[in-house]
Design a protein around this ligand. Structure first.
Ligand code: G3H
Ligand code: ZN
Length: 286
């Protein structure tokens, strides 16, 4: 059975059966191990995402693709390796060539016609290799990695539909009010009537970004009922990692083995991923 797969099947099942699959951001070995361990334990499909900054940090898409592929060897769940928020066609192409099974092109800061044109170009090379594509419409707020803080621009349902049809994307990140980062920096909310309207006319798996903080579990579940099939989580993993490492260093003044230090952060991430899987109801769906 092929382990590495694209978003298509994973999200089609989720969309139809009203659960969501978390897309968890990684930039190193330990975060990747934590995401995979939690997903295997809960029998959930896993979407492992890397931002362009994470790719720079790690030393290029090839090293991350090799790491995820090797770490997934022998696991019994579908694993998607996804490029998050690519601002360029070139990086999407590099990731596809490196073995990513899914890419997001984020043309949200471009004029609409350019967003359509480049997303379509990415879809063409991606689909030729069985790789899935996510696009963005409207502007998701907050800041993350190379994404500078921006004001939220809610998606227009008609434009969202036109964009999805013209580009042939497999999943749509439509801005419905959420923002990346800590809730303190970016108060978050979901415009449910807008989400419902977008889902009604687009009829494709929708992606919720900036979902870590400021949204209650009840509202996450409500969003899943309204067509959200993929939920991106980065900030909550960082927070969990930092909390555990800080606690360990405070408690143990003489610890100096990086494996013990980073290992505590890895455990924190694993627990967080398990909790998210429960809220998203993707357990036992692998
Ligand atoms: O693309 C990544 C996610 O949208 C991250 O959102 O900062 O709320 O975890 P977050
Ligand atoms: Zn995002």
């Amino acid at each position: 059975k092929k382990i590495m797969t694209n978003l298509k099947k994973v999200l089609q099942n989720a969309y139809k059966r009203h659960y969501a699959v978390g897309a968890f951001n990684t930039s190193n070995l330990e975060i990747t191990q934590a995401i995979l361990s939690a997903s295997v334990k809960k029998k959930s499909p896993a979407i492992i995402a890397t931002s362009p900054k994470a790719i720079d940090y790690a030393g290029g898409p090839k090293i991350l693709a090799a790491m995820v592929k090797e770490a997934s060897r022998g696991v019994t769940i579908p694993v998607v390796l996804h490029l998050d928020h690519s601002k360029t066609y070139e990086l999407a192409k590099d990731c596809i060539d490196a073995g990513y099974t899914s890419v997001m092109f984020d043309g949200s800061r471009l004029p609409y016609n350019d967003n359509v044109r480049i997303t379509k170009k990415v879809v063409k090379i991606a689909h030729a290799k069985g790789v899935s594509v996510e696009g963005e419409i409207g502007i998701i707020g907050g800041k993350e990695d190379y994404l500078k803080k921006r004001k939220i621009v809610l998606a227009d349902p008609k434009i969202a539909n036109d964009f999805t049809k013209k580009t042939g994307i497999d999943a749509l990140a439509a801005a419905v009010g959420t923002a990346h980062g800590l809730a303190a920096d970016a108060p978050e909310r979901i415009d449910f009537s807008l989400l419902r309207e977008i889902n009604k006319i687009v009829k494709k798996p929708l992606v919720l970004h900036g979902a870590s903080q400021g949204i209650s579990d009840a509202n996450i579940k409500k969003a899943i009922k309204e067509g959200i099939a993929k939920i991106n989580i980065d900030t909550d993993l960082r927070v969990a990692f930092a909390k555990e490492v800080r606690a360990l260093l405070k408690k143990n003044k003489t610890v100096y083995d990086p494996r013990a230090i980073i290992g505590s952060g890895r455990d924190g991430i694993m627990k967080t991923v398990e909790k998210k899987i429960a809220v998203f109801s993707s357990q036992n769906k692998a």
